[in-house]
Structures are given as C-alpha cells and as structure tokens.
Design a protein around this ligand. Sequence first.
Ligand SMILES: [Zn+2]
Length: 880
Amino acid sequence: MRTQEHRTIYLNEYRVPVFLVDHVALRFELFEDGTRVHSTMKLRRNPDSESSDTKLELDGDSLTLETISLNGQTLANGDYDDKGGKLIVHEVSDEFSLTIVTWIEPQNNTRLEGLYKSSGMFCTQCEAEGFRCITFFPDRPDVMARFSTRIEADKARYPILLSNGNDVERGDLDDGRHFVTWEDPFPKPSYLFALVAGDLVEKKDSFTTMSGREIDLRMYVEPRNSEKCDHALDSLKRSMRWDEDVYGREYDLDIFMIVAVDDFNMGAMENKGLNIFNSSCVLASSDTATDAAYQRIEAIVAHEYFHNWSGNRVTCRDWFQLSLKEGFTVFRDSQFSSDMGSATVKRIEDATLLRTAQFAEDAGPMAHPVRPASYMEITNFYTLTIYEKGCEVVGMIHTLLGPELFRKGSDLYFERHDGQAVTTDDFVKAMEDASGRDLSQFRLWYEQAGTPVISVKDEFDVERKIYRLNIRQQVPDTPGQRNKKPQHIPFAVGILNSQGEDQPLKLDPAENDAPTERVLELTEAEHTFEFHDIEARPVPSLLRNFSAPVRVRYSWTREQLIFLMNYDSDGFNRWDAGQRLAIDVVQSLVGQPSETPVEPRLVTAYGHLLTDSGLDQAMVAKMLQLPSEAYLLELNDAADVQGICEARTRVLNHLALSLREELVACYHRNSESGPYQPTPEAMTRRTLRNSALGWLLQINDEEGRVLALKQFREAGNMTDQSAALRALVNSDFEEDRARVLAEFYQQWQHDPLVVEQWFAVQASSPKAGSLEAVNALLEHPAFDWKNPNKIRAVVGVFAGQNLINFHARDASGYDFLARHIIRLDDSNPQIAARLVAPLTRWRQYAETYRNGMKAALESVRDKSSLSPDVYEVVYKSLAD
Ligand SMILES: [Zn+2]
C-alpha cells in the first residue's frame, strides 16, 4: 500500500538529482501469479549536484524486494532500508552498478499505474510516477537513462512482446517460453518506459520521412479489433508529414508502434516509440464509431506522435513543468486539426471547452497556475489548466511573435534543449532569444492562476471623429494568490460601420493603410485606445478569434449582437455573438412565469441560419447549438440549476416549435446517400441533419419520430444511428425509447466501445437517466467497476452532463456520486479523484444545492485511509 501521509511538494524545493543513471538493463519474467523484475543500473554522481551525500535514495511503491547487490556483491539487511516508498542504500561510491530483483503482481493491480493486466494482456502506464510500481528507481523526469529491456513470457499466451526502441534479439526458452530484447538508443526518463505482452494482431504500414528514411509503422490490437486500425494509421501518417512541414521535425527511430488497451486511466500515452492508447481513442470503423470519435482519434494520435519531440526528445525537468510538454503539444495538435478541417470551427470547439470547463476550474478551489507551485498528488494536475490554458498561453506567444518568429523560436528550443529535461522558462527564453521580444511580463501567465476579466467601455466623439476603447483588466484572487499583477494580453479587435464593414483602425491620425484588425497589447491595468477618422458610432468586435483566454465584459445590446451575428468578418465572433444573445435570452427567463415571451429576434436569427444556403454550413452547424447547461451554470454566481435548465429547455422548445418546417427541410436537405466518408463536409451534413432531428424530438414531433425510427434502423454508420437513438431517448415517446435501447444493445453487445456509448446516452439523458435508471445501469452485466471507460460512461457522464438529475433537490445525485467515489478510492484512486470534480464548486450554487454538495464532500472526507489523490481534491474543496 502507499503511505497515507498527505505531504505537499513544492517547486521551490527542487534540487538536481544527486545520482544519475546512464544505463538500465531490465529483465521481466512474466508469469500468471506475478512478475519478477531484474534491474541492473549503472549510476554515477551528478557533477551538477552540490550534495556530497554517500547514500542513494530510490523510489518504490507496492514492490516486494527479493535481492539487492552493489557492484556484484549482495547487500545484507543492514546495508539498506526499504520503507515508506523509498529504498535507501547507505553507502555508495561515485560510480557503481546496482542490481535489484523485485516481485510484483500485475494481475492484482487495479490502480492501472505501473505494470498491470487488461483483457489478458500485460501493459504499462508509467506517467507520472508509475515506474516506481515496477522497480526501485530514481523515478523523476530529470533522470534520463538508456534502457535495454528483455521480456520473457509464455509463447502461446503472449506471442507479442514489446518495449521501447528497436528489437535486437529474440528466441525460445524452456517450458514453452520465449523472449525478446529491445534497445532504446535515446536516453529517456522512466515515465516514458513501456512494456506490452499479449496475443495481439499486427497491422503494418510504412512512412518515408523527409530525409528518405523508411519507418515501420505497426499497430497492435486484439484480433476482434483488426478491422478498426485504418483511421489511426492514416492519422499517424498525416501527423508525421505535418510535423515535418510545419515544424521541421522528423521521426527518429526505425519503428513506431501503437497499442490499443481496454482498461486505461487516460486517453493515451506517448511512450518512446510505443504509444499506448485507450481503445476508445484509437479504434474506429464507420459502423461502430461516430464522427466525433473519428475526430478525437485523429487529434489524439497526432498529439501523442507530436510528443516525440515536444515531450520526449525535450522533456520536463520536474512535474511542475508538465505544461511545458502538454501546453505546447496541445497547441501543436490543435494547429494540426485546424489545418485538417475548418480553423474557425476548431477555434470554437477549443474556446467552448476552455470557457465551460477550464474557466470553472480556474474559479474553483482547485485553481492553479499553468506552472503550479505545489501539489500533493501529481496525477491530480493533469488538468484543463495545464493542457488547455497551457495551449492558449503558447498560442498567445504565437500571436505576439507571428508564425515565422514562432517557428524560429521552436527551432531554437529543440536545438538548444535536445536530450535535456527543461522548464517552461527555458521555452519562453528560446522564444525571446529567437524573436528579440521581451516576454518577461508575459511569464505571469505561467505563475498567476485565475481567468483575467477584461472590462471594455467605449465612447464616440462625434466632433473629432474619434472612437475610444477603454480597456481594464483584473485577475481575480484564487486560493493562495491575491492582488495579482496585470498580465500581457494580446487583445484582437475590429470595428464595424453601420453597413457591417470593417473600418481601418488608425491609432495615429496620419497613418495611411491602417489595418482593419489589430492585436492590442494590454500590459497595464487600464488602457485607452483612440481610433481616428471614424464617421459614425461603430460596433466593436472584441477579442477576435478568442485571442486570449479571458472573460470579456461589455454591455452589448441585443441589436448589436444580432448585427455581429450577421456581419462580423471574424467567424469566431459571429458565432460568439449568437452565443451571447442566446445566453442573454435564457438568463432573462430564469424564474419567470411560463407565459413570458421568448425574444422573437432569436427565432428570426435561427430561422435565417436554417434557411440561408449561402452561409458556411460548418459554421451554421456550430451556431445552431445553444450554449450548454454547464456553460450557463458556469456564468452564474448563486446558480439555480433547475431554473437555468428549465429556461434553456423553454428556449429550445420555443425555437423548435417556431421553426418546425425549417427543421424538417434542413433534415431532408442534408440527407445523404453513398458510403460513409469522414470528411469535414460529410460530417457537417450529418451534424445539421442530426441537430434538426434532435430538435424535432425535443418537441415530441410525430414526423420527427417516424424519421428517427427509420434512421435508427437504416443508418449506414454509427453517427446517424446513435444520433437517432439519442433523439428518441431524450423524447417523451417512452415505448420507442425502451424499444430502441433494447435493439441497440442486442445489435452491439459484442462491442465494448459501442456499449460505452449506449451507457452514456442513457446516463446523460434528462428523461431516461433518472437516478433509479442509472443505478440499474450499474447492475447491468456489461458494466465493470474495473474498467475506467465504463465508470466514466455511467458515473462520470451522469454527474457531468445530466445536470437536472444530478442536482436533484433531495441531494440523491450527490449521495450517489460520493458513495461511488468512496468505493473507487481503494481500487483506482486516480479515477476516484477525477470524479470529485462536479462537487468541488459547491460554493457557486444556490443554497438548496450548496448544502447537499458540501455534505457529500464531507462524507468522502470522513472515509478512513483516503488515498492522497482523493484527499487532495476533497481537502482543497472544503478549505476556507
Ligand atoms: Zn500529452
């Protein structure tokens, strides 16, 4: 067991490692009742360390030590201590070799950290601190060693034996066993180590790099999934080409392998040369995966591949620097997705996630800077702030420098730090050195938590023809941080005249050829910008393309929002104006009597979107989506959950009833024939058609019901089939709901990934997902408490998406979640800690909800021997 002391680790306590590991030779003997791990390390004193300590400290967790020998001499009990997660060898010299043999039990490892078994195969997850569950090692990212790995196992059960690097030797052993030895020529931190052993089929492909090298691409899956590999392999080849074209980065080993695993805590892991994926993030075929899954897979395959440079070749010095690799790599994968599809749509999706979930995190008890200063359990810091806000921070550097200087900066960063473990500061320094720009104030983005609030006021001076923008910024207090300094914020603006045309932005009256869009650099608490030669009061277009992760306050009128929806040349802001209008309308209806009229101009605006075929249909598909319940809640202080959900439903019903004919026409106009294509155009058609269907079923339309049943039974792909399922499940047609749910399960029960969708459709439904129904799902034979995907699909989806039932007034939803967090705390603390998130912002809700949420958190806190993972989140959530 891990120790139950709850210790906080601080960035300012960082010290370089006293000893370095040059080489480690591992030998794994895999058996059914356990695994014996032999490790021989070559260590030497770190010349950069000031310590003259002669004792060696290694990390270890849940290990049984069998033998230990120093320079070939077996050590006696008194020569070392093995306690409290550390192995201490009392006396070592400046250079020595250490051999350690440990026994572990992967078959009983339910935490899914280190080496464990999933569906009969062995696999690993070592980031962040899983390697210490395999053997004793200085398990920190700034110790980079060359690894050689020999795996021995029963040949019939485990014909495939994989690790990092290139396979250099293989052969047969006695008793039907065999072995393979892998050598990784690149020094790497232990968190990038991987091992896989199983009965897997191999799908092969190849890629020729920019210098003409031929790379073997291999994907390993269970035999039943052998037809689901093409999309991932195609995505991989596109990613490899893109990274060469855009960043000049070439792949370095001769082989690149991808493995799909069913039981996995995360989405995927970038182990050197051997990426391991949660099967839901890599396997796809048109009849079992939705468009959303296709897009997610392409993005995640790219993300993990891009880590080969931003993460593996240049890695993090310590875990406080996690955003060094994640923020930059998310930025790279979002650039890639923009290039593969619509840049505006991608920007809308990224901003939606950020504003809904990251802003909430940044305003809650777990708020932390992109580079945190302390943590108790590092696995709790794989957060939206580290990933998504970290990506925005890199994106702002890109905006400030422009694409060419940014590329110069990334080239310098890779060249300067190849093979090193570095900090976010080293990254910013490379950008500064390459561009000549001073980013010292910009660095506050890494140090200060909280979402800056930008308040904008404007005035028009008719006589002098000057339009003035007064812009103030304020960074809110967050736990442990008060009175923050102004940050360096790139704030992109345009201004529109009454015809909807962009006006030249003359900051200087003498300026000729002024641009119609400018990135204003905010560095002070308050600025006033004057734009000259403006003929009449214009409408401002603020924070174009969401140029910074900030909240903007400006008192838009509904007329202005409709005007921007129609005319803004910035696609992001056109969408955002529609969102702001819908938010304003929904909020104005909260707590109002049901006969209060819904803003008629909203209906007109949506009608226009549905009928004007000249509009970019991908944008229309986005604009038709009302702001989510979760986002509406995030925008409120004492949030009245039931009131907000009801008001949103009223607006949705009103729009659907008023635009019924247009919706039916939109459905038919976007009906497609022919084989499934995962192209952006085809996806847009399906999105529009299925949105129309969802709206029709929302008002229990009889024609919609017939269309949905037909689509459900005749769909040629999972996108259409599951959309019809979802629409029916969310309608009041109870008999149809029960029938399609049964038919869908009958049809797909052999496919765990589709069954996960079946669980999620029910758990998220306000109609089908009552607490009683969700409890029944947990008793279903396909549900499995050991499988994180199933837990997320039922418990996670219910608490995160089915807001009306989760926030039931009798607090039953909160009790449900607390009970299951407690249950999971012993078996898989990482997953348990993630499930706490919906309760953490209890202070932000109206009193009815607040007390129930707090009581649920307290019941978790009171469990005996709580894991550090759950303890940290619960403790911080309840702290004053
Ligand atoms: Zn990553």
